[in-house]
Design a protein around this ligand. Structure first.
Ligand SMILES: Nc1nc2c(ncn2[C@@H]2O[C@H](COP(=O)(O)OP(=O)(O)OP(=O)(O)O)[C@@H](O)[C@H]2O)c(=O)[nH]1
Ligand SMILES: [Mg+2]
Length: 207
């Protein structure tokens, strides 16, 4: 069983100073509103409603942290999965959008316990201008990035492969970048994503 399956809700925060001090490794999920962040967290943790998912864009407005218990010491955390607010949701007031961008940018740039970033991009939309802007924030931090091209069930095989190539090219400046088609409904990419995320939280020593 994946350690991700043991995730449970830890804390919601609107600002960075409400987060616990950096400690166990964190893997955050970022992407446009409606790109499938909460749905991906639910399928990766094998829990139907851990992170809310919704047909209404802009649903996740807080930083939500989910803790992974340490099997040896149940009171301690092995790591965290972090659902960040989505960007690009037009119906939100301009000032609120700027505030989110600040919180998110700060988190990505300064959070010392951030072990890896999962960037979700709707496979049919590809890299949008806002994704590119996020990538510009991320690049200097040099964190490993896993791009999940979500809703891959909506495209035939050939187009999925083309989408992977296009995204890798557009985000090549991010350094350590992996991109895979992912579908919460058809479970494409689930094993690979699980393995990479788990490895960021608890690196496997390979002889
Ligand atoms: N077909 C298909 N639909 C998906 C998939 N993943 C997510 N969806 C749908 O896309 C919509 C948005 O998903 P969410 O997980 O709520 O998106 P989010 O990125 O968390 O959105 P915000 O919280 O607004 O930032 C929902 O209606 C999901 O059911 C997928 O792999 N395949
Ligand atoms: Mg969400």
């Amino acid at each position: 069983m994946s350690i991700l399956h043991r995730a449970s809700f830890a804390i919601s925060a609107a600002r960075l100073d409400q987060l616990p001090p950096p400690g166990a490794p964190e893997v955050c999920f970022v992407g446009r509103s409606n790109s499938g962040k909460s749905t991906a967290i639910n399928v990766l943790t094998n829990q139907k409603k851990l992170a809310y998912s919704s047909k209404t864009p802009g649903r996740t407005r807080l930083i939500n942290m989910f803790g992974l218990p340490d099997p040896i010491d149940p009171d301690a955390k092995l790591g965290y999965v972090v659902d960040l607010p989505g960007y690009g949701y037009a119906a939100v007031a301009h000032s609120a959008r700027l505030e989110w961008a600040d919180v998110m940018g700060d988190y990505l740039a300064t959070r010392t316990s951030l072990a890896g970033v999962v960037l979700l991009i709707d496979i049919r939309r590809g890299v949008t201008e806002l994704d590119r802007r996020l990538a510009d924030w991320l690049a200097p931090a040099r964190r490993p990035v896993l791009v999940l091209l979500t809703k891959a069930d909506k495209l035939p095989y050939g187009q999925r492969i083309n989408a992977v190539f296009a995204v890798k090219k557009q985000l090549e400046d991010l350094g350590t970048l992996q991109a895979i088609p992912f579908s919460a409904t058809s479970r494409f990419g689930l094993d690979e994503a699980t393995q990479r995320i788990t490895n960021w939280i608890s690196p496997q020593v390979v002889p």
